[in-house]
Design a binder for this molecule. Structure first.
Ligand code: GUN
Ligand code: FE
Length: 426
C-alpha cells in the first residue's frame, strides 16, 4: 500500500459538516484514509508539508475540447457558427493521430497545472483513440468521447461528415476499449456535437446506447441565437424541447452552454435532471450571451462549470471560469446573486454530481478518492490576512500560478510546476 501524508494544511473540505478545517490528510492508495489535526499516520512513503497552504477538492470541468487546444489564437473575434465553419471544423478535419495526441496532452497539462482533476471532454470525428491515450498516460480523470456528426451539410468539411452507422460503431468500439479503464478513472461519454450536426436516427440510437451501457451523453445546446434558429427551422422545435422529444433529456445528459432557454425548456431541464455546463468565458468571447445561471440554480437545475475549448476561451483555468461566473451576474442581479461559495460549489461538488461521481470526488472526506489541489495563497497579491475567507480569496484572486501540487487518484500528477505521467512519478 502507498501512503502519502499532507501535513498542517488549511483544508477547504466542501463537506457540509465542516467546510473549512486545519490539519492533516492521510492518503492510502487512491483514497483519503483519515483527516484531522496531528494524525497518527504510522510510517508513510511521502510527506508534503502544507503549512501555510490551502488544500481544495480538485476542480471538475464539465465541458472541454482537448482536440482544440492547438487552435488557440486561430479563431478569435468570431461568433459561434462562423467560428465553427471558418476555423474550427477545418482545423479539426486536419488533425492526425499525432497532432491530436499533442493537443490533448497540452490541454491536460494546463488543466492539471491549474488544479482541475476531472474533465468531461469532447473530441473530434477521427483519431479519438489518441486523446484517450493522452488521458490514460497523464493520470487525469476524464469522461471523453468521439464527436458525432452524421448530418450532411455543405458547411461541414467532407472529412468530418460520417455515416450514421460508422459514427455509432466507432463510438461503441471506443467505449468498449476505454470505459472503466484504470480502475474507473476513464469513462466514455457519447458526444453528438449538437442538433445541427446530427440526424434524428443517430440521436435516437445514442439515447438507447446511453441507457443500455449507463454512460453519459455530452452535447451543446442553446448556445447561440443563430444555432437555435437553425434547429427550429429543421425540427420545428426549440432546442431542449427537441432533445426531450428524442428522449435524451435525462440525468445522463450533460448540456454545454444552455444560455437561451424559454420557460418550458427550463422546466424540462429541472424535471428531467439534466446537468447544464455553464461556460462563462466562452459565452463572452464567442458573443453567445449571458446564461441565466442564478435563475437556473434557484429553480434547482444542476449547473456546473467548464472552460470549453482553448480557442473559445484562451484559458483552461477554472479560477478564470469561477470568477467570470460570479462577476457577469452582478451588474444585473446584485452582488450576492452568484456569491463565491456558489461558484466554488459548482466548480467542485456540483461538477462531481454532473458526472455521477458525487460519492467519489468533489469534496474532501474520508473514503472519497484523493483528487485535490494544494494552493499557496500567500503570494504577494494575496498577502497573508487571516480574517479573509479562503473560498472568497480563491474565487476572486487566485490564479493558476498559486497551484503548487495536484493529486489525482492519490497520485501526485503535478508538483511545483513539474508534471508526472502514470508511469513516471515525481
Ligand atoms: N457547438 C458545436 N460545436 C461547438 C464547439 O466546438 N464549441 C462550442 N463552443 N460550441 C459548439
Ligand atoms: Fe464546446
Amino acid at each position: 500500500m502507498s501512503k502519502l501524508l499532507i501535513k498542517n494544511a488549511q483544508i477547504v473540505t466542501m463537506n457540509k459538516a465542516e467546510e473549512i478545517m486545519h490539519g492533516d490528510i492521510l492518503i492510502e492508495n487512491d483514497r483519503i484514509a483519515a483527516m484531522g489535526p496531528n494524525l497518527d499516520s504510522g510510517p508513510v512513503d511521502r510527506v508534503i508539508d502544507a503549512a501555510n497552504r490551502t488544500v481544495i477538492p480538485g476542480f471538475v470541468q464539465t465541458h472541454i475540447h482537448l482536440c482544440q487546444t492547438l487552435f488557440r489564437g486561430k479563431g478569435d473575434d468570431l461568433e459561434l457558427m462562423d467560428w465553427l465553419r471558418k476555423r474550427i471544423w477545418p482545423l479539426e478535419a486536419a488533425h492526425d493521430e499525432e497532432s491530436l495526441y499533442y493537443s490533448a496532452m497540452l490541454g491536460i497539462g494546463e488543466l492539471i497545472a491549474s488544479g482541475t482533476t476531472t474533465i468531461v471532454d469532447m473530441e473530434t470525428v477521427h483519431h479519438t483513440d489518441s486523446a484517450f491515450q493522452a488521458i490514460a498516460k497523464s493520470g487525469i480523470r476524464a469522461l471523453s468521447g468521439k464527436v458525432m456528426m452524421d448530418r450532411k451539410s455543405s458547411d461541414i468539411p467532407a472529412e468530418l461528415q460520417e455515416e450514421t452507422a460508422d459514427s455509432i460503431q466507432e463510438s461503441v468500439d471506443l467505449l468498449e476499449k476505454w470505459h472503466g479503464h484504470d480502475n474507473g478513472r476513464i469513462q466514455y461519454a457519447f458526444s453528438p456535437r449538437f442538433v445541427i450536426s446530427c440526424t434524428e436516427q443517430l440521436l435516437t440510437e445514442v439515447r438507447d446506447l446511453s441507457a443500455s451501457y449507463n454512460v453519459k451523453v455530452h452535447t451543446h445546446a442553446s448556445e447561440n441565437k443563430g444555432e437555435i434558429e437553425i434547429v427550429q427551422a429543421e425540427t420545428g422545435m426549440r432546442n431542449v424541447v427537441y432533445l426531450d422529444h428524442i428522449g435524451l433529456a435525462n440525468e445522463r445528459l450533460i448540456l454545454a452552454h444552455a444560455i437561451w432557454l424559454d420557460a418550458e425548456e427550463k422546466r424540462i431541464l429541472r424535471e428531467r435532471g439534466v446537468h447544464v455546463s455553464h461556460c462563462p468565458g466562452s459565452n463572452l468571447k464567442l458573443a453567445s450571451g449571458i446564461a441565466e445561471t442564478p435563475e437556473l440554480l434557484h429553480a434547482h437545475v444542476s449547473v456546473s462549470l467548464g472552460a470549453d475549448g482553448a480557442p473559445c476561451n484562451n484559458n483552461l483555468d477554472m479560477f478564470n471560469e469561477m470568477r467570470l461566473a460570479a462577476l457577469i451576474q452582478k451588474p444585473a442581479h446584485g452582488p450576492t446573486a452568484m456569491d463565491a461559495r456558489t461558484v466554488f460549489r459548482m466548480a467542485t461538488i456540483g461538477g462531481a454530481r454532473a458526472v455521477g461521481l458525487a460519492d467519489q470526488i468533489g469534496s474532501l472526506e474520508v473514503g472519497k478518492k484523493a483528487d485535490l489541489a494544494i494552493l499557496n495563497l500567500y503570494n504577494f497579491h494575496t498577502f497573508p490576512s487571516f480574517d479573509v475567507d479562503p473560498i472568497s480569496r480563491i474565487v476572486y484572486s487566485a490564479t493558476r500560478a498559486d497551484v503548487e501540487t495536484t493529486i489525482i487518484d492519490g497520485k501526485v500528477v503535478m508538483h511545483q510546476g513539474i508534471m508526472a505521467t502514470v508511469d513516471k512519478e515525481i
